[in-house]
Write a protein that binds this ligand. Structure first.
Ligand code: ZN
Length: 425
């Protein structure tokens, strides 16, 4: 250590992490970082005010930063990664659909389940009936679940309210939880065009009335509260023309754009995402090579959601195909009560490796930097580099290659949110 502790060449840190076996920076250009994941063996990290200040070999830490007064965390030989960025979830809702899940797997048809009043509209009913306080309590528990499994940023969509008052309440819940300390960062998305609400299904002209409501009342009301506008562009949900009307209006109001595209069939959503310059197109199970080329050329991130395939016993989207066509890939949970009730990005990484033709390196990049890109937050999160948020995951194993291999368990020992150790209640 240098004798002059107040050297101007050594910026003061208020937090430092040592005892790391492998510091997986996701920043291969950093000095001393090795391989596509930018691994620094026996790496260390220093932070100040929740931001990463320095990353490098532990042997160089005390020469690089002033640690007087810094809180120290000893990792005890853990591998350390950036926190997972879950760029596609629907975590604000009430109700429970476990029974529906099991009936579906027992062979009851979708039509029969809908006739029994199950499906997405049952979540809409329960969400509308819940108070803001109830919704906030439910959402808070789920956010804690994300953090416990190593996720430090969670995108959250509205879309189970589907009227002005209920969508307002869901956005208010996300806004309030975003200000609560000790929870993952929340990025709110307005998804008023998730499905047609029950009161707009009687008359064919109701479709247009609801799209008008989204465009003329909801979008202006929520501008500034939701960062993104998303549309479920699929047969049985909203058409390409309806999605275009909504998203073009959203863009003029300052929203960035996302699309649920080509999940259940060739919806045309992927092409529209490229045309409108959306930040991401999500699902893409049925995107053609030509559509993937359009997404690549437009710089749209392709977000893959294997939790849906797992839940619906459906074929998995091919991560390999997106990579081969040069599309930037993100992986996310699609946490929702109907088709992917899973807040664990470690399982999503495992599915990407076992069922989607992705290497562990590709899957981890997609679950961190890829997610950051899918939220337009690449400069803030997704890798361990000076200036970014100090959002980390400490695994309870010395080597990150246990991920995907050792599956079905939580390998996260600790989650660090903005330089603070997350404490589960
Ligand atoms: Zn979704």
């Amino acid at each position: 250590m240098r004798p002059d502790a107040s050297s101007p060449h050594r910026p003061p840190a208020d937090w430092a992490l040592t005892g790391v076996s492998r510091l997986v920076t996701m920043a291969p250009h950093l000095p001393g970082a090795v391989g596509t994941l930018g691994v620094i063996a026996h790496g260390a990290l220093a932070a100040r005010a929740g931001r990463i200040l320095w990353v490098g070999p532990e042997a160089a830490l005390t020469e690089a930063v002033d640690l007087a007064g810094a809180t120290r965390l000893e990792a005890g030989g853990c591998a350390v990664l950036p926190g997972f960025v879950d760029s596609h979830t629907h975590f604000v809702f009430a109700g429970d659909r476990a029974e529906e899940f099991h009936l579906r797997h027992a062979g009851v048809s979708y039509e029969e389940l809908a006739r029994q009043g199950r499906g997405i509209l049952s979540t809409v009913r329960a969400t509308r009936a819940a108070s803001e306080e109830e919704l906030r309590a439910l959402a808070r528990v789920r956010l804690r679940g994300f953090a416990t499994h190593g996720t430090t940023t969670v995108e959250g969509k509205t879309g189970y309210g589907l009227d002005v008052a209920s969508e307002t309440r869901c956005l208010a819940v996300m806004g309030e939880l975003a200000r609560e300390p000790g929870l993952p960062t929340i990025i709110p998305t307005f998804l008023g065009a998730h499905t047609l609400p029950p009161e707009y299904r009687a008359d064919p002209r109701d479709r247009e009335r609801y799209v008008d409501l989204v465009i003329e009342e909801m979008l202006p009301a929520f501008a500034g509260q939701a960062r993104f506008c998303d549309v479920f562009c699929e047969r049985g949900a909203f058409t390409v023309e309806e999605a275009r009307r909504i998203l073009e209006r959203a863009r003029t109001l300052g929203y960035a754009l996302k699309l649920h595209a080509n999940q259940l069939g060739p919806s045309g959503g992927a092409r529209l995402a490229a045309e409108l310059g959306a930040t991401s197109a999500d699902h893409l199970d049925f995107a053609t090579d030509a559509e993937l080329d359009l997404l690549r050329e437009a710089g749209v991130v392709g977000t893959l959601l294997p939790g849906c395939s797992f839940t619906l016993s459906a074929p998995y989207p091919s991560g390999r195909r997106l990579r081969d066509r040069g599309v930037r890939v993100a992986l996310a949970t699609d946490f929702n009560p109907g088709t992917s009730y899973c807040e664990n990005m470690q399982l999503i990484v495992a599915l990407a490796v076992s069922a989607m033709g992705m290497t562990l390196e590709e899957a981890l990049i997609a679950a961190t930097r890829g997610g950051a890109r899918a939220l337009d937050l690449e400069r803030e999160i997704g890798s361990l580099e000076p200036g970014k948020r100090c959002d980390l995951v400490l695994l309870d194993t010395p080597d990150e290659r246990a991920l995907a291999y050792h599956f079905g368990v939580n390998l996260v020992a600790r989650t660090i949110l903005g330089g603070q150790v997350y404490t589960a209640l």
